[in-house]
Design a protein around this ligand. Structure first.
Ligand SMILES: *[C@@H]1O[C@H](CO)[C@@H](O)[C@H](O)[C@H]1NC(C)=O
Ligand SMILES: [Zn+2]
Length: 421
């Protein structure tokens, strides 16, 4: 009896275990390169257009995602989850909402036995102001997720092939936490059509969560439905402006927030963050400028002092989160059903929020690239890919080329409102 108990304890404590990514691996996390160009970049540019639910722009962006997965990532299983709803802006007309779900599970695992890291962003844009692009909201986050998916794809294949060769992949090895998979949710209808209310917002997320709750996995599965299969719901929103500050919104996922914050600190220390004032290129420019100034003053050249290193995940060194309150977003219908949430949304929101200035030209592309890297690193670590991420710059470039061919009211809830939920 005692031994059985110990055995269980071991399994439980190992459930979320993974190997920390090495410095070498962090240095090889691929950069998106030209794929994030706002005019013609293969990943980001096609999303930078109005994409209001039910309009041709929405269909075009959805097709862009589908095309990307079919061409570059054929191992990912694609599903649509569709619904319709009236909105306060469109009278009796039923507006269609289409969520896209891309899933990659270990090849041997029955779907109901896979616990998944869900990477989430909304792809719709807001109806008003007319012509609104929503570059941070959330075109750039969608592109970040596409980049993360392709950056871990080969490593997943390699790791799972190795596991299968070693017999680890066979049934019976799922443990109490199940097998580990990864899923990308590109959600529709996040924005309000008029003013943010519980019924005028989150159209896609509400429909998906309700449907999944009613879709049981096969009998005897580790997880009883696709909602309980989500081990962590990592939601990106309003990212891509300079100098964001992301608080840790949830106590129960503060450990995951800290794991991501640690990766951010290490990427910065390794000179991998382009937005950092201490990135080698920025330092070199500054040094050249200072040296030139000193030369004209006949002053002695001195070593450059490092600038204070910022951090997106500002609460990473805190043992607990200090934030009381959260921002209403696509996680709400999932959170209400017990899903663990990690919400990457800045407080305060970007200055361009819900204005015509939230367009490609106002993105800080260095920051967008840094986020893409950080999300990739977090996902790679979560999926235990240390030792399998060997992307050379040549394969990086090829991945891009191959593909090239072919008044919402988000508000901080007060503690009282939170306890209502
Ligand atoms: C859902 O919508 C997509 C995109 O419009 C469409 O291709 C797909 O056939 C629809 N699925 C169902 C089950 O209606
Ligand atoms: Zn918005």
């Amino acid at each position: 009896m005692f031994h059985v108990f110990l055995f269980f304890l071991t399994l439980l404590s190992c459930g979320y275990a993974y190997t920390t990514l090495s410095d070498e691996t962090l240095k090889t996390i691929p950069e998106p390169g030209t794929d994030f160009n706002i005019k013609d970049g293969a990943l980001l540019a096609p999303i930078l257009r109005p994409r209001v639910p039910g309009t041709p722009g929405s269909t075009a962006v959805l097709n862009h995602f589908v095309e990307f997965f079919r061409t570059s990532l054929p191992e990912w299983r694609l599903e649509f989850q569709n619904s319709t709803s009236k909105t306060p802006a469109t009278g009796n007309e039923l507006i269609p909402f289409v969520n896209l779900i891309a899933t990659r599970d270990p090849p041997w695992a029955p779907p109901g036995d896979v616990g998944r890291l869900a990477l989430v962003a909304h792809y719709d844009s807001k109806l008003t102001p007319t012509g609104f692009i929503g570059a941070t909201d959330s075109a750039a986050p969608c592109a970040m997720l596409m980049h993360a998916a392709r950056s871990i794809d080969a490593a997943l294949t390699e790791r799972w092939e190795k596991m299968e060769a070693e017999g680890i992949g066979s049934e019976g090895y799922s443990g109490v936490q199940g097998h580990k998979g990864v899923q990308i949710l590109l959600l529709d209808g996040e924005e309000a059509f008029m003013t943010w209310t519980h019924t005028d917002s989150l159209y896609g997320a509400r429909s998906l969560a309700a449907e999944w709750e009613q879709t049981p996995n096969a009998a005897m599965s580790t997880f009883h439905n696709p909602i309980s299969s989500i081990s962590l719901f990592l939601l990106l929103d309003l990212l891509g402006a300079k100098n964001p500050t992301i608080p840790s919104y949830f106590r129960t996922t503060h450990w995951a927030y800290r794991a991501m914050g640690k990766l951010e600190q290490r990427l910065r220390a390794l000179g991998q963050f382009k937005s950092s004032p201490n990135h080698p290129i920025k330092k070199k420019k500054r040094k050249a400028k200072e040296d030139a100034k000193k030369q004209s003053n006949n002053a002695k050249k001195t070593a450059l002092k490092p600038r204070k290193e910022p951090q997106f995940l500002s609460e990473s060194n805190n043992a607990d989160t200090r934030t009381r309150g959260f921002v209403e977003d696509d996680h709400i219908p999932f959170m209400l059903r017990g899903v663990e949430i990690l919400h990457m949304i800045p407080t305060p929101f970007p200055a361009v929020w819900h204005t015509m200035n939230d367009d490609g030209e106002h993105l800080d592309i260095d920051t967008v690239e840094d986020w893409a890297k950080l999300v990739t690193a977090f996902t790679a670590e979560w999926m235990d890919l240390e030792g399998f991420m060997h992307t050379s710059s040549a394969t990086k470039r090829r991945a891009g080329e191959e593909y090239a061919q072919s008044d919402k009211k988000k508000r901080k809830s007060s503690p009282d409102e939170k306890s209502e939920l």
